[in-house]
Design a binder for this molecule. Structure first.
Ligand SMILES: [Fe+2]
Ligand SMILES: [Fe+2]
Length: 182
């Protein structure tokens, strides 16, 4: 039977590397040791493009849809919880973007909002990815019938060809560049 979640677990690993950077740099901002505000705007770009438009779109349009079509309730269910977390993440990202943009423009006093939204996002995503990796994805592998899987793999492929050829490479390099910042 074709696996339909490994590719998502691999994407989680890159997302978690960015989450770790967001957390680390938020701590440094709080200690007054970090003022590369562009980092937080790049993190917003990574999260919106890679984590949300690319990865969460695969979940929402393909994986979750397949689970619902195969009997998982849409409301009061793990799927609803995952959708809510995606939306909560988007709210933290808007908060982080607004404060980082102001800081980059020279407005003082943005640190608390950056730290609060960065930490909120990081905690949310860690918990969310843990739930998907350990509960929802294994459940999908146990319950999705083999005949729906080829179309899912095809839909993932379409999401991958819809982005630029260097898309994953570009965001991997962004993570590596900030990890090298030390
Ligand atoms: Fe998710
Ligand atoms: Fe995910």
């Amino acid at each position: 039977m074709e696996n339909v979640t490994n590719v998502m677990v691999v994407e989680h690993k890159l997302i978690l590397r960015m989450v770790a950077l967001v957390e680390k740099n938020a701590d440094l901002v709080q200690q007054g040791k970090f003022d590369d505000w562009q980092f937080f705007l790049d993190a917003v770009d990574f999260i919106r493009s890679y984590a949300d438009r690319f990865h969460h779109a695969k979940e929402e349009d393909t994986l979750f849809t397949a689970l619902i079509a195969n009997g998982m309730p849409e409301k009061n269910s793990p799927i609803e919880a995952m959708h809510i977390a995606h939306d909560q993440g988007r709210a933290f990202v808007r908060g982080m973007e607004g404060a980082a943009a102001k800081a980059l423009a020279g407005e003082s006093g943005q640190e608390a909002a950056i730290v609060e939204n960065a930490r909120g996002y990081a905690a949310l995503l860690r918990e969310h990815i843990h739930t998907e990796d350990n509960i929802l994805y294994p459940l999908a592998e146990r319950t999705l019938p083999s005949d729906v899987r080829p179309a899912m793999i095809k839909a993932y492929g379409q999401a991958e060809t819809a982005v630029a050829a260097d898309f994953t490479d570009r965001y991997t390099k962004m993570v590596e560049r900030y990890e090298a910042q030390g």
